[in-house]
Every structure is written in structure tokens, then in C-alpha cells.
Write a protein that binds this ligand. Structure first.
Ligand code: AG3
Length: 287
């Protein structure tokens, strides 16, 4: 259940808690073929993108999401030349991926052209990345796209989707992870947003189990994302051998970042005790 009262935007999470912002005005309210897309101007944190009632990003806080979904995985890979982004129509993930000089090609598969169009028009997120010559935009369903790829092509796959409902549901399944593993070269790495860690929902646990059934090394990353129910969880799956815990921070220092550095990398890998306890036997937590 989500509601809007004058001057406030409230997102209620299904478990009965919420996230709210004071808003000055609504800039966009558009029903595309796939979903309802809204953009608001908040009083203090820039513009906010909302899809089907779920807050996707707030301009002033988006680095705490985009830098985390991108850089740990990109830096764990020795040469991330070919990157696939599924979802990510606002362009934030693409922007961060293209900061890496190793990238030769970044393909963004977004099912809904309206998200890209409205984000480019109203948000200050992509900062020109859609026009980068290394970027290619495809409008397709993520699973269908993966099944259309012949052989192993990508080094890194980043799933920057909405919550696991409706058309995004099949991006969180074992079948999806099998297809993803097939298109990854070795070593390869996949990262997906997976939902809030408080409370730890069955959706989160199911996604973790689906990924773990396919990728021999599966890890949870968390970040205090501003605008989402913090701490937000991300899952990482590794094909072949990559040291995800000790990444090359010299490469990170060359990037122009606001949120991510060596200290934060360590922080992302620590899970709260209660979460570890709940996942006991499923997840190897840090000591
Ligand atoms: N994508 C996923 C955020 C999930 C939001 N869920 C919620 N608010 N219930 C963010 C898109 C940023 N590129």
C-alpha cells in the first residue's frame, strides 16, 4: 500500500514500515506499457524517481546505490572489458561502469524505453553516458536477451532492476542465473540488487539461494542507501576464480567517486549479527 498526501511522498514497504520525503511538486506521472513512472522534486535532496510506488533513487543519495552496485564487482575483475547491465534505465549504473578505462563495451538492456526517456529529460543521473560510444542500449526483456546471446561474451553482469514483482520477477530466479552464468566469460561476476536486509524477507533469502545454487561463490554486500530501506542488500556471484574481498584499490583511486573507497569496501562485506544468525548455515559471514 502506498500513498501520496500533499507535500509528502510515502512508500510503504509490504512489511509495514516506510520511507518518506517532503516534496515540492510532482514533475512526471506517466503510465508506460509496463509500469507507472513518477518523478518528484523533493525539498532537499533533488529529484526522486518512483516506479510502481517504489522509490528508485533520490538524486542526492544515488551514489550510495550506484557506486556499490558497480565498483566492488568491476574492481574484483582483472579486466572488465564487456559489461552487461539489465535494467538501469536511469543511467546511473551505466555512468559508473563507464568510469572504468578497461571497459570497451557496455550494453544496457532496459525493457521500458520510457524510463530512459523520462530520466534523460528530467534527472541529472546519466551525465552523458547514454551518448558514450562504448554504450549500446537495447530494449528487451532481460531473460530473452540472455537467451539470445551465443556463448560466453560478458565479463560482468549488473542487474539494476526494480523489485522482484511482475516483469522483473524472472530476473531473480535460478533459471535466470543459469543463463547469466552461460553468457559470462571466466572469470566472470554478476551483481544484483536484492532488497532490504531489514527485515530479511523470504524474497531476499530465495534470491540468495537461487544464486548460490548456480554460482559456487555467492556473497552479500550491504550499503546504507539513502532513499531505500537501509541497509540495502546486493548479491554477488562469481564464475571461476576472483578475489572479491581484496580488490585492487589502486584502480579505485583513479575513479572520481563520492561514496566508495577501501574503507567502504570492507564495510559492505560485514553483515549485522541478526542477519547472519537468520541466514545461519546458508551464508558464510565474516568472522
Ligand atoms: N533500482 C532498485 C531499487 C529497488 C527499490 N525498491 C523499493 N524502493 N521498494 C534502483 C534503480 C537505480 N538505478
Amino acid at each position: 500500500m502506498r500513498e501520496m498526501t500533499t507535500g509528502e511522498y510515502v512508500e510503504w514497504y509490504p512489511e509495514g514500515y516506510g520511507m518518506c520525503f517532503k516534496v515540492k511538486r510532482k514533475i512526471v506521472d506517466y503510465r508506460s506499457k509496463y509500469q507507472r513512472i513518477e518523478i518528484y522534486e523533493t525539498t532537499n535532496f533533488g529529484k526522486m524517481l518512483v516506479i510502481d510506488g517504489a522509490i528508485q533513487l533520490v538524486e542526492e543519495g544515488e551514489a550510495s546505490y550506484h557506486e556499490v552496485i558497480v565498483h566492488p564487482a568491476m574492481l574484483a575483475h582483472p579486466s572488465p572489458e564487456r559489461v552487461l547491465i539489465i535494467g538501469g534505465g536511469d543511467g546511473g549504473t551505466l555512468r559508473e561502469v563507464l568510469k572504468h578505462p578497461e571497459v570497451k563495451r557496455a550494453v544496457l538492456v532496459e525493457i521500458d524505453p520510457a524510463v530512459i526517456h523520462l530520466s534523460r529529460l528530467h534527472l541529472c543521473i546519466d551525465r552523458g553516458s547514454f551518448d558514450d560510444e562504448r554504450a549500446e542500449i537495447v530494449h528487451d526483456d532481460g531473460v530473452r536477451y540472455l537467451k539470445s546471446i551465443n556463448g560466453s561474451f560478458y565479463d560482468v553482469i549488473i542487474v539494476d532492476s526494480t523489485d522482484p514483482v511482475r516483469h522483473a520477477k524472472n530476473l531473480f530466479t535460478e533459471d535466470f542465473y543459469k543463463c547469466a552464468k552461460d553468457v559470462l566469460r571466466e572469470p566472470g561476476i554478476i551483481v544484483t540488487q536484492a532488497g532490504s536486509l531489514y527485515p530479511l524477507t523470504n524474497d531476499f533469502i530465495n534470491t540468495f539461494n537461487s544464486m548460490k545454487a548456480v554460482f559456487e561463490n555467492t556473497q552479500i554486500l550491504l550499503s546504507p542507501v539513502f532513499g531505500l530501506a537501509s541497509p540495502w542488500g546486493f548479491l554477488v556471484g562469481v564464475k571461476g576464480k576472483l578475489d572479491f574481498e581484496h580488490v585492487d584499490m589502486r584502480r579505485a583511486r583513479m575513479l572520481d567517486l563520492r561514496f566508495y573507497d577501501a574503507e567502504m569496501h570492507k564495510f559492505f562485506l560485514f553483515l549485522p549479527k541478526s542477519v547472519r544468525k537468520k541466514l545461519d548455515g546458508i551464508v558464510e559471514g565474516p568472522p
